[in-house]
Design a protein around this ligand. Structure first.
Ligand code: 6GP
Length: 829
């Protein structure tokens, strides 16, 4: 009875410390307890990995405390919540980020030292969580950090892939893909929620619901799979708030299917059930191109359905009327991947909650916002109708119904312009009838955001022009940003300390605009000296990594020139490599006495190619073939080195970016929606060599054209240049370097032929030939600036000083205020 409970509660309070303590001996005790009771090793004998595991668990305990408090606080305050739906999150490692955001990194480092361990060494034991491909996925991770730090009541929802992005192994210069078994040794950063499960249904048939002659239907699904929640606490910095990234794993449903068990084939029945797990087993490694595969569609719906059941359950815990839904819930569609959420909300409201269709539609139109992350037409998903019909028959009907009403409305607005109507339809008629996910997202969202100003202009004038003309008020942009917590504080601790020292405050860690305060010190000789020292130490760290990984010795007095990102034709790694060949060719043809004038370079390229993207894979091979030649040429020595860094990922980026002098962001103008790598380099005082594309245009506004090396055709010139195609004049040097590749100067003549064909004879879609001359000029300007170390250091300081706008804190604040209508909800201490 009640009496017993009260006694129990008192006893519980008596046993509970208010919070876990963070003095060295408490930390040591917790770590050792985890060695013994969690990792189950003797506290007198455990290795670095086991020490890491124990350490991680002790951090996790502290995260859980804050996380509970935050969730209780949110529940009590019941603010409007933002649900961030994304099929990809590239979180990288968690340990350093967590202890820094919790404010107990130094305490841990001290505690470990006394136990005979080095914090940095243990941190290296952690593998990356790579549940995403590239830009869009890492952006989600940065935004989660900002949402937590700025106290927003936010949840991230995604999929818990068993296998993250493939490991890239380079053999003989070719990319090979290996599975990423990231969960093999357990994952201390997640909390399995065995009691938070939802059934997700597929296939089957749809029947009329006789109660409501109208649009309500009954879906009789053919297959049920269970979604199990795994919660990843995301701690904010300088706040107690710790939010949730909830990832779903697929498990066989525990509903007993008597029929398949009664056939007597018990083993096969079990094996069949086990197949359910494949839904969340592997991340699709293609960024952009969408294949319309059933498994991919299943992943999308699985994650959408589970997330919405969770969101609606939470809403119903404290609300009884769905009219309040838009006041309490904002749903963010991160690219088109989660767009099925629109049809799913309609289905739940109409078929399950029995709302009238129009009332449900009103609600849907108020809750969704959509952000597009690409300008490439192949990035716009289309789902074949046949596929959708068999997998999700009810959703197809709903999409048809939405489309019918919308097209009727559209006819009233624009008349019977059938070309335009068919372009704007959600349903594409053609050889393969399909659903245009972007059109669905635009029609049903209240806001369509681009990720930089010029990207938004492209969406309005090209990609989604028809929609912009119809609904200009829907279109907006929020220029991307990245989190300075990970990209300066975690990855570049010495620069971080230097900035705090010179600004006299650490407040910039939560308020990046304060970095502008460095501007007035940009010519200060003392700062210059300290700045150069920090940069040199970071370069040494990178040089050691390069040597350990590839055996190549590089000189830290050379300029470190870096291009790291996914391999794509539009990102033009090939332009970079052809430029390197040109540099090599020049050195070879120089008088020996002139070689002393060459500015030494270490060119570093890293990135993964989608496994089916042949041209991208050839680019990787070319890079390695050229590296082989140059690095072994005694004529060249330290004047030029080329390194391909294998298996580029978040933690490699954390090491490479602080050590870069120059970084390249050289997409053909009009192709990079935003670019976020550039912002990370900028913050770390690396100079940019770039085209005027994506967010670079806004970086120019912050730091000025003179503070970077710009080149190339402008966005408005590109279409006309393409038109000219074969008649475009291409510089001789370009023809010469391509000829060297064609003639087998770097071997593999046949293999590289098709690569050369891509940039010659009027096929040069990405304008490498056209931009080559100005690219070389920008490179020469960089060489010249590098020789003047005072000038270079000033430019470097001004880069960091001008990077404040590119914090994801600014981006998230804009989303919160303008798109989601949410407010901070800060958990009291
Ligand atoms: C990327 C864009 O290519 C990049 O320019 C942008 O910075 C990033 O998204 C974040 O907005 N897009 C993707 O990664 C992608 O898969 C569908 O787009």
């Amino acid at each position: 009875g009640g009496g017993e409970t009260r006694v129990g509660v008192e006893r519980m309070f008596g046993l509970m410390d208010r919070f876990l303590k963070s003095d060295p001996s408490s930390l040591q005790k917790d770590i050792l307890d985890h060695v013994e009771y969690t990792v189950a090793r003797s506290r007198f004998s455990f290795d670095d990995f086991e020490a890491y595991q124990a350490l991680a668990h002790s951090v996790r305990d502290r995260l859980i405390e804050r996380w509970h408090d935050t969730q209780i606080h949110f529940k009590k305050k019941d603010p409007k919540r933002i649900y961030f739906l994304s099929l990809e999150f590239l979180m990288g490692r968690s340990l350093s980020n967590s202890v820094i955001n919790l404010g107990i990194r130094d305490q841990y480092a001290d505690a470990l030292k006394e136990l005979g361990f080095e914090f940095e060494v243990l941190a290296e034991q952690e593998g990356d969580a790579a549940l995403g491909n590239g830009g869009v996925a890492r952006l989600s991770a940065c935004q989660m950090d900002s949402l937590a730090t700025m106290d927003y009541p936010a949840w991230g929802y995604g999929l818990r892939y068993q296998y993250g992005l493939f490991r890239q192994v380079i053999l003989d210069g070719y990319q090979h893909e290996q599975p990423d078994y990231w969960l093999n040794f357990g994952n201390p950063w997640e909390i399995e929620r065995v009691h938070v499960t939802y059934p997700v249904k597929f296939y089957g048939t749809v029947e009329d619901d006789n109660f409501n002659g109208g649009k309500r239907k009954v879906w009789l699904p053919g297959e049920t799979v269970e979604a199990v929640a795994y919660d990843n606490p995301i701690p904010g910095h300088g706040t107690r708030n710790t939010i949730t990234l909830r990832l779903w794993a697929a498990k066989p449903s525990d509903q007993i299917d008597m029929e398949s068990y009664n056939t007597g084939d018990y083993i096969n029945a079990v094996v069949n059930r086990q197949r359910a797990e494949t839904i969340s087993s592997v991340l699709y490694p293609d960024d952009r191109s969408y294949q319309g595969k059933e498994l991919r569609l299943k992943q999308q719906y699985f994650f959408v359905s589970a997330s919405l059941q969770d969101i609606i359950r939470r809403f119903k815990d404290s609300h009884s009327n769905f009219d309040d839904f838009p006041e309490k819930v904002a749903l963010q569609l991160n690219d088109t991947h989660p767009s099925l959420a629109i049809a799913e909300v309609m289905r739940v409201l109409v078929d399950e909650e029995h709302l009238d269709w129009n009332r449900a539609w009103d609600i849907v139109c108020k809750i969704f916002s959509f952000t597009s992350h690409t300008v490439l037409p192949e990035g716009l998903e289309k789902v074949p109708v046949d596929l959708l019909e068999s997998l999700l028959p009810r959703h197809l009907q709903i999409i048809y119904d939405i489309n019918f009403d919308y097209i009727e409305e559209l006819k009233k607005r624009i008349g019977l312009d059938y070309d335009r109507l068919s372009r704007m339809s959600i349903v594409e008629d053609g050889a393969i009838k399909s659903i245009r996910m972007a059109n669905l997202a635009i029609v049903c969202s209240h806001t369509v955001n681009g990720v930089s100003r010029v990207h938004s202009e492209l969406l309005k004038t090209r990609v989604f022009k028809d929609f912009y003309e119809l609904w200009p008020h829907k279109f907006d942009y929020k220029t991307n940003g990245v989190t300075q917590r990970r990209w300066i504080v975690v990855s570049n601790p010495s620069l971080s300390a230097l900035i705090s020292k010179w600004l006299g405050t650490e407040a910039w860690i939560r308020d990046m605009d304060l970095l502008a305060g460095l501007q007035e010190q940009a010519a200060n000789a003392d700062l210059h000296e300290e700045w150069r020292m920090v940069r040199k130490v970071n370069k040494m760290r990178l040089a050691e990594y390069i040597e350990a990984m590839s055996g190549i010795k590089v000189s830290v007095s050379a300029m470190f020139d870096v291009q790291i990102k996914r391999i794509h034709e539009y990102k033009r790694q090939l332009l970079n490599i052809l430029g390197i060949i040109h540099r090599y060719d020049c050195i070879k043809n120089m008088e020996k006495s002139d070689r002393t004038k060459v500015v030494p370079r270490v060119c570093i390229i890293g990135g993964k190619a989608a496994p089916g993207y042949k041209i991208a894979k050839k680019i990787i091979k070319l890079c390695n073939a050229v590296a082989e030649k140059i690095n072994n040429d005694p004529d060249v020595g330290d004047l030029l080195k080329l390194v391909f860094i294998p298996d580029y990922n978040v933690s490699v980026a954390e090491l490479v970016i602080p050590g870069a002098d120059l970084s390249q962001h050289i997409s053909t103008a009009g192709h990079e929606a935003s670019g976020t790598g550039s912002m990370k380099f900028l913050m770390n005082g690396c100079l940019l060599l770039a085209t005027e594309d994506g967010s670079t245009v806004e970086i120019i506004e912050e730091i000025g054209k003179d503070n970077m090396f710009l080149f190339g055709a402008k966005m408005h010139e590109v279409p006309a240049l393409r038109e000219k195609g074969p008649t475009l004049k291409v510089p001789l040097q370009f023809a010469r370097v391509v000829r060297m590749v064609r003639d087998g100067y770097f071997g593999f003549q046949d293999y590289f032929e098709s690569l050369c064909d891509k940039v010659e004879g009027g096929n040069d879609f990405y304008l490498l030939g056209y931009d080559f001359q100005s690219y070389l000029e920008a490179q020469a300007a960089a060489d010249k600036a590098f020789v003047d170390q005072d000038k270079w250091t000033r430019m470097s300081i001004l880069s960091t000083a001008g990077s404040g706008r590119f914090s994801s804190d600014r981006t998230i604040e804009e989303y919160a205020e303008k798109t989601w209508g949410i407010e901070p909800c800060r958990c009291p201490f």
